[in-house]
Write a protein of this length. Structure first.
Length: 335
């Protein structure tokens, strides 16, 4: 077996298909859904309809780009969860259909494990040494995971409410920035003073996080300031962005530092869309000064993509974990 995998990712608002052979990405196509920008966040029903429109052309292009015919496929992988049920159903039904019609093994993948396993895609610069700690930060999740092997992972802590990416996006929305606001806050923050405003992030036990208090704090602060000066947000946008970004990144780094100290694990990885954030990347790589080895995947493998589903499937196939046709999406699937 050459190990030619077709992987499909459809957990949120990206329809993605990838072809992987022996841990090497042959193609990784992503159709973004711009429709949600008008609503300030992902609308689940619209997301699943967009997936239905996109899935066939995305898979078709992934095969063409990889110069692989459908007859050469040896396994079909899909995201089982966590994610939006309607979105997951589109990817899983499509994957099951191909697997059934071509009599191919079906592999079900945990999206959060896949974000972490993106570090093992062959064209990554260096693979993390096991065991390592992974800070996974996306629009839907925030976790610190102890990775003992590609198949054995333990969540040390996670957010009890909003994810870090959600905190960025909701704060951006309050400042009238379009969705997704995370990258815009990052950009605007570059010209701002991060010590100008203080926004408190809730303190949680252990390695857990909470960002909902920060969201309310920003909302009330802006409401009060705008009452005094209607142009407050416009006049102070860069300083607001820098100060909000600092609060979120400091909260993430505080818990990561604690986990490093407590576990003694010095190999550290970042994963998920928020790892594109420039302040988080800088703070994370500063840990190298504390004798840690830091790994950040290429940007294209940080945000939701099917190549990460394919690499996770690669390890599941190696261990013989084949799914049944009766397998169903699990919106709240745990690591
Ligand atoms: O992993 P991802 O693509 O999708 C989810 O699984 O959620 O992450 C998307 C999240 C969004 O919340 C987006 O605003 C955030 O990642 N994000 C950023 C940056 N780039 C993407 N947040 C802060 N700074 C960035 N540069
Ligand atoms: Zn994700």
């Amino acid at each position: 077996m050459k190990g030619c995998i077709l992987a499909i990712e459809s957990s949120c608002d990206e329809t993605s298909a990838a072809i992987m052979i022996n841990r090497e990405v042959k193609s990784n196509l992503i159709a973004n859904q711009t429709i949600h920008a008008d609503y300030g966040g992902v609308v689940p029903e619209l997301a699943s309809r967009e997936h239905q429109k996109n899935i066939l052309p995305v898979v078709d292009q992934a095969l063409k780009k990889a110069k692989v015919s459908i007859d050469e496929l040896e396994a079909i992988a899909y995201t089982k969860g966590p994610g939006l049920l309607g979105s997951l159903l589109v990817g899983s039904s499509f994957a099951k259909g191909i697997a059934l019609s071509r009599n191919l093994p079906l592999i079900e993948v945990n999206h959060m494990k896949a974000h972490i396993l993106a570090h093992f895609i062959k064209d990554e610069n260096k693979e993390p040494e096991l065991p390592f700690l992974c800070l996974t930060v996306s629009g839907g999740h925030t976790q610190i995971v102890k990775v003992k092997s590609q198949l054995d992972m333990e969540v040390l802590g996670e957010t009890l409410d909003d994810a870090a990416g959600e905190a960025f996006d909701k704060a951006a929305k309050m400042m009238n920035l379009p969705y997704p606001g995370g990258p815009l806050i990052d950009e605007l923050a570059k010209k701002g003073n991060e010590d100008r405003f203080k926004f408190k992030v809730g303190e949680m036990e252990g390695y857990n996080f909470s960002f909902s208090g920060l969201k309310t704090g920003i909302l009330y602060f802006l409401r009060d300031e705008v009452k005094k000066d209607p142009d407050f947000i416009e006049k102070n946008k860069a300083d607001l962005c820098a100060s909000i970004q600092k609060s979120i990144v400091d909260a993430l780094m505080l818990k990561l530092n604690k986990a490093v100290k407590d576990t003694g694990i010095t190999h550290l990885a970042l994963a998920g869309g928020v790892s594109a954030n420039s302040k988080l990347r800088a703070a994370f790589t500063e840990l190298e000064e504390k004798a840690c080895t830091c790994y950040i995947p290429k940007f294209e493998y940080c945000t939701d993509n099917a190549a990460m589903i394919a690499i996770a499937a690669h390890y599941l196939i190696e261990s013989g974990e084949i799914a049944k046709q009766a397998s169903a999406p699990e919106p709240r699937m745990k690591i």
